[in-house]
Design a protein around this ligand. Structure first.
Ligand SMILES: Cc1ncc(COP(=O)(O)O)c(C=O)c1O
Length: 435
């Protein structure tokens, strides 16, 4: 090769197509796609109802106790070093105590692995389970990060539906029909994203019994744990750990409204030690050995945050969510082309169903979201986002919006535009949100 010229043949590096494909399936990937349709010359503020992060709104600042705990951890100079692979002991002990509430089999710090948000926890368990020819059962609608991670690890994904007519319960008959001898796990998200549902005790027990019958692990994504504001209380899946091994993933991102702090956990609820016997615990440690750890000072602050947050901080958020859901469900009745078949009871999201026959020049959910972004600067998400590119799409008429951000936009008196204000659907009904 001449100095500064081209290499002799050609450059030998190129993009990783697996990565490009996996990232298109994430919330961020679809969010970016919808946001590309925003009209830059629209002077109105963008109403970002697409993701689960209300922290940008001053009314959703975390508790001062958490902020003080982080500052104290930094100033103590005790947490400047690397942490151990699984996380520092006081933080694991605090998580074990926090998650033991309501469990008959109490957790020990050895059951807890600290992770960089719930994201790394789910990445860890999905990667650990990905052996050649294995498959995993994922909920539809669900959280597309699971599809992305499984796809990247070459773990086959099979979808079972959540049933809208049954408060988004798992279609357990479908789970049984989908599973075979290569199925390793099923995922449930409770409280649900994007459906806003909360599974009842009896249903969770049936999930556990079905998984036991199939010989598979239950991965319980409880990142929205305790964010319930309807009739059904939050029941941790760990309650059923003696029926089937449960891996619970979670974080402080949502309940404390600090998704940027990046601290979460992977916890094994397994009184019979099945995960240990099957080598899963060793594999979890192995994966964490080759990845990075959550910042040590956040781990240092965790006991104080989990143990001493005043209950009125949580109550205020739940009240706001309850109020916001009420307003939303009332207003949406005024719009014939959008319905909200089940009132959300948990998480931060609400599902809306589009009546495409009443919408002019709207092909499907993605088209609706993109045009809403262009015309009204409102960002909501198409629900089939985990399945873009799959021809037969069941949920192509559904969109989801974040209720907490809706509430915070209201509380901060930001100008809220109407969700149905799109030129195409004007005239069908008055604005659904007009403050
Ligand atoms: C269902 C679900 N699981 C996991 C996560 C990731 O959580 P974290 O921000 O703690 O990584 C999210 C974030 O929105 C989520 O909705």
């Amino acid at each position: 090769m001449e100095n500064g010229g081209s290499p002799r043949n050609q450059w030998r590096f190129k993009r990783n197509d697996d990565l490009t494909q996996a990232s298109a399936f994430t919330v961020r990937g679809v969010l970016n796609m919808v946001m590309e349709h925003l009209n830059a010359s629209d002077p109105r503020p963008v109403i970002p109802l697409g993701n689960g992060d209300p922290s940008a709104f001053p009314s959703f600042r975390t508790t001062p106790l958490a902020e003080d705990a982080v500052c104290a951890a930094v100033l103590s100079a005790k947490f400047n070093g690397y942490s151990s692979t699984v996380g520092i002991l006081p933080a694991r002990r605090a998580v074990a105590e926090y998650l033991s509430e309501g469990l008959t089999h109490k957790l020990s710090p050895d059951d807890v692995f600290l992770t960089i948000g719930c994201t790394q926890a789910l990445q860890t368990i999905v990667t650990v389970l990905a052996r050649p020819s294995a498959n995993i059962l994922l909920p539809r609608p669900g959280f597309p990060y699971y599809e992305a991670t499984a796809g990247f690890c070459h773990l086959e994904v099979r979808h079972f539906n959540l049933v809208p007519e049954k408060d988004w319960e798992v279609d357990l008959a479908a789970v049984e029909a989908l599973a075979d001898e290569n199925t390793v796990a099923m995922v449930i998200i409770n409280p649900g994203n994007p459906c806003g549902n909360v599974f009842k005790y009896e249903h969770l027990k049936k999930v556990a019994e079905t998984a036991r019958k199939l010989g598979i692990l239950v991965i319980a994504d409880e990142v929205y744990s305790h964010l319930t504001f309807g009739g059904s209380p939050f029941v941790p899946m760990g309650v059923f750990g003696s029926i089937v091994p449960v891996v619970t993933v979670g974080s402080i991102s949502k309940r404390w409204i600090v998704p940027g702090w990046r601290i979460g956990w992977l916890v094994t609820n397994d009184p019979d030690g099945i995960l240990m016997k099957q080598g899963i615990v060793d594999s979890i440690k192995g994966y964490l050995n080759i990845t990075s750890d959550p910042a040590t000072f956040i781990q240092g602050a965790l006991p104080q945050i989990l143990e001493n947050t005043p209950s009125d901080f949580f109550l205020k958020i739940l009240n706001t969510l309850r109020e916001s859901v009420g307003i939303f469900c009332d207003k949406i009745k005024e719009i014939p082309c959008i319905t909200c078949p089940s009132k959300p009871e948990g998480s931060m999201f609400v599902m809306m169903k589009l009546n495409l026959s009443l919408l002019e020049d709207i092909k499907d959910d993605l088209d609706f979201c993109c045009k809403l972004a262009t015309e009204e600067s409102v960002i909501i998400l198409p629900v089939r986002l985990g399945f873009l590119g799959i021809v037969k799409v069941l949920f192509y008429q559904w969109c989801s919006a974040n209720m907490l951000i809706f509430a915070s936009a209201n509380l901060t008196r930001e100008k809220l535009v109407s969700l149905q204000g799109s030129r195409r659907i004007q005239g069908l009904a008055p604005s659904i949100i007009c403050y």
